[in-house]
Design a protein around this ligand. Structure first.
Ligand code: HXC
Length: 258
């Protein structure tokens, strides 16, 4: 499929989506979010893909939802049609891991998009922020919900109320990102992580994602119960037999994603 606002490619079992509106610092308009959703669903349905990477440019992962587009809307426009927000939830339907490789600005909807991914690898020039308050709006795609879970209530309040940006090192200390790498190594390091995931058993990878995500939506005892059931079900896969046999036979496992 051909897209106008994103680029897609594959490398082994990894699908890469590059946000590509450089003149607008990858501002997220409805077309881009539609195309991003279509590309994500397509990689999710592809048996040859195990892991998806979303990235932007060196200057911006995404500087937020497109302010020019939003400035034309009134309340009834956005409420009736669910404009701006309607296609943002597609990423939540994706069952394979999605890694955000963030360099430069990840602001507003850009920060929210990164937080919707399963983990964030940040370049040392990354800047995260929820500056919506300066535009007279509040975060609209989970910023006020995911940010406090990721970095604490105090930091989330600080960022959403003052609009200050958090640099990559602060983001790592606060737990928003899993690692910080040199900006010129961002894609290389992210692809290395994605390829490691690609070598694992795909159904098991999907169960890990499902189980960790369940921890955000359930009590501890419900989450533990859910994990236990999934853990038991891994013993029904061929790849569990192969993984354990390979260890016992002191050889690398060759998973068939079955
Ligand atoms: C539309 C944007 C944009 C945005 C940047 N641009 N951010 N266009 N929507 N969110 C455009 C600029 O208008 C400009 O276009 C070009 O990109 C380069 O930006 P500059 O401002 O000239 O660059 P710079 O001086 O380096 O400043 C970078 C910046 C600044 C600090 C990131 O652009 C900025 O503050 N952007 C807005 C950030 C923001 O408020 N994001 C939250 C949006 S609200 P021209 O044509 O002039 O060259 C949001 C709600 C989410 O995200 C709701 C989710 C459902």
């Amino acid at each position: 499929m051909s897209y106008e606002t994103i680029l897609t490619s594959t490398d082994g079992r990894v699908g890469v989506i590059t946000l590509n509106r450089p003149k607008a610092l990858n501002a997220l308009n409805d077309q881009l979010m539609d195309e991003l959703g279509a590309a994500l669903l397509s990689f999710d349905a592809d048996n040859n893909i195990s892991c998806i990477v979303i990235t932007g440019s060196e200057k911006a992962f995404a500087a937020g939802a497109d302010i020019g587009m939003m400035s034309k809307y009134n309340f009834t426009d956005v409420y009736k049609s669910d404009y701006i927000t309607k296609n943002w939830e597609t990423i939540r339907k994706i069952r394979k891991p999605v890694i955000a490789a963030v360099a430069g600005y990840a602001l507003g909807g850009g920060c929210e998009l990164a937080m919707m991914c399963d983990f964030i690898i940040a370049a040392d020039n990354a800047k995260f922020g929820q500056p919506e308050i300066k535009l007279g709006i509040i975060p609209g795609a989970g910023g006020s919900q995911r940010l406090p879970r990721a970095v604490s209530k105090s930091k989330a309040m600080d960022m959403c109320l003052t609009a200050r940006m958090m640099d990559a090192n602060e983001a790592e200390r606060a737990g928003l990102v899993s690692r910080v790498v040199a900006a010129d190594k961002l894609l290389e390091e992210t692809m290395a992580a994605a390829k490691i995931i690609g070598e694992m058993s795909l159904p098991i990878v999907m169960m890990v994602k499902e189980s960790i995500n369940a921890s955000f939506e359930s009590s501890l005892s419900e989450g533990i119960h859910f994990e236990r059931r999934l853990f038991h079900s891994t013993f029904a896969t061929e790849d569990q037999k192969e993984g354990m046999a390979a260890f016992v036979e002191k050889r690398p496992a060759k998973f068939k994603h079955q």
